[in-house]
Design a protein around this ligand. Structure first.
Ligand code: XMP
Length: 512
């Protein structure tokens, strides 16, 4: 069945996929395409609506990205956002220029509630602005539907032609009623019914993977994290035993994690796939002995991981496809299209070079983390796997400051386990990313009547939506006290527990 589709035309904005995700949250399927998508191709896709993204350029410059004017005559609803709104104004005879006052951040906007786009939105509403150019004058056949004291056209529309534009960004969280505006656009303006669910994504992906793979062999490096687990289950549902998952236990996983992964994916689990667990703990500890420099530790773990994986892959022989659990934020972090590169993805990398295969399959590359979790639930993956916290590829290796030893791994695993258990008991698991780390500091303490000289454990908990910035979470003091008491009493080798208050920046989330 052909589904309703909304197309996001990307003019180089930072939030292009975020727009798509917000539209999908309204149960309407949405894809992002570059602004170079041909008009005929676009028509062929028969979208119910089109959204122009923001972008760093000035609509009036000759060399800025433009789109053929005919797009405005297709009778397909269009919503222009930021640069997209200026492009619409510029192309249709309005005037765009450098604003005398640029607006950045949360801004109160006064809207015209009679606009379909603003149905049920408060008359004065907080929106996210980020612009240096502005629409000084809307095209003649448009009406202005929102303003701020310094922005004469914060929104405009020509409802007869179904053309709408906002200077602000409805897709970002800081626009308090932004989701409502996008909902209004897809339902009230585009007339969508909302026929897209995560279940359809899962079914469609299973079908397309089956077609692509045929009777080929597929290899998956399974880490037990959310992304690779969801990718593996998706593939196993599609092609069963044609899939082999290799799970390398590097001895730097959280407590019991290796067994938990094996219970789900191994021969006693519910899935029909080939599962290989490699217990390589000793190998990693040997390589890490005496190494204290963080980058060197990361490199050693990454390289050893590849060696182990490579050895297993050689035993399997040639494979046709390699599955990767790449998700959308990995794609943007590594730099895609015209958006600025924020940071290069620092996962255990390099797998594709070491194995003979024809093609990579990345079934989750368009999804955000929470969408991946929803897909996982749809696939019936146990909740403790689906809601798992982000866990770095180098694992506890970068949560143990200084040299890694089996003994230190035991300490941090036990402390972290207690921390997580108490957070769960307090019912505050949604507080963000949280974990215990082992500092390299030993200090004098007293226990019973004796002197101790033991390690200090650091507890960390941060609130973050994008992992680029983070703030320390406020954990109730009694919970922290309970965790501290239990760690000191139950984990041998620790006599001090500290709580890290640092935000990112200047800190990072992990310690190394
Ligand atoms: P940082 O420490 O850079 O962490 O503030 C940001 C987020 O990324 C996770 N992280 C990693 N994830 N491989 C990964 O897959 C890595 O090497 C790695 N290092 C950090 C970290 O847990 C946090 O969520």
């Amino acid at each position: 069945m052909k589904k309703e589709l909304v197309i996001v035309l990307d003019f180089g904005g930072q939030y292009n996929q975020l727009i798509a995700r917000r539209v999908r949250e309204c149960n309407v399927y949405c894809e992002v395409h570059p602004y170079t998508l041909g008009l005929d191709e676009l028509k062929e896709m028969n979208p119910k609506g089109i959204i122009f993204t923001g972008g760093p350029n000035s609509a009036y410059s000759e060399d800025s990205p433009h789109y053929p004017k005919e797009i405005f005559e297709l009778d397909i609803p269009i919503l222009g956002i930021c640069y997209g709104s200026q492009l619409m104004a510029h192309t249709l005879g309005g005037r765009v220029e450098t604003a005398p006052v640029s607006e950045y951040g949360k801004t109160e906007v006064e809207i015209d509630r009679s606009s379909l786009l603003f149905h049920d939105v408060e008359e004065k509403t907080i929106c996210w602005m980020s612009h240096t150019d502005y629409i000084a004058k809307a095209p003649d056949d448009f009406v202005v539907t929102a303003t701020t004291p310094v922005c004469p056209v914060a929104a405009m529309e020509n409802p007869d032609k179904k053309l709408y534009a906002t200077q602000f960004h409805p897709e970002v969280m800081h626009t308090i009623e932004g989701t409502k505006m996008l909902y209004n656009f897809v339902y009230k303006v585009c007339g969508c019914q909302g026929d897209w669910q995560m279940s359809s994504f899962v079914e469609d992906t299973i079908t397309s993977v089956r077609e692509k793979v045929g009777n080929g062999k597929v290899l998956c490096a399974l880490s037990g994290g959310v992304d690779s687990s969801v990718a593996a289950v998706l593939l196993s549902k599609a092609i069963g035993k044609q899939l082999t998952c290799v799970f390398v236990d590097h001895g730097l996983l959280r407590k019991n994690e290796g067994d938990e992964v094996e219970n789900v994916f191994g021969p006693n689990g519910p899935y029909d796939l080939n599962f290989i667990r490699v217990n390589a703990q000793e190998r990693f500890y040997n390589k890490l002995a005496g190494v204290t420099e963080p980058e060197e530790k990361r490199k050693i773990i990454g390289e050893e991981f590849i060696r182990v994986f490579e050895e297993e892959a050689k035993k399997i022989g040639t494979v046709d496809f390699l599955v990767q659990g790449t998700i959308y934020p990995d794609v943007i972090e590594s730099g895609l299209g015209k958006s600025a590169v924020i940071k290069s993805h620092h996962n255990v990398g390099g797998l594709p070079d070491c194995v003979d295969f024809r093609e990579i399959i990345e079934p989750l590359r368009l999804l955000f983390k929470d969408e991946v979790r929803r897909a996982g639930r749809e696939l019936g993956i146990p909740e403790y796997l689906v809601s798992r916290q982000p866990f770095p590829g180098p694992g506890l290796g970068i949560r143990i400051i200084g040299e890694v030893t089996a003994e230190k791994v035991r300490i941090v695993q036990d402390a972290d386990y207690i921390y997580r258990e108490e957070i769960a008991k307090a019912g505050i698991e949604d507080l963000g990313q949280y974990f215990a780390a082992l500092t390299n500091m030993r200090s004098v303490g007293v226990m019973g009547d004796g002197r101790t000289y033991d390690y200090a454990v650091a507890l960390r908990a941060v609130n973050t939506t994008d992992f680029m910035t983070a703030e320390c979470s406020e954990i109730p003091f009694e919970v922290l006290q309970k965790v501290m008491n239990r760690i000191i009493n139950e984990v041998k080798g620790v006599n001090r527990v500290m709580y890290d208050l640092t935000s990112k920046p200047p800190g990072t989330i992990e310690f190394e």
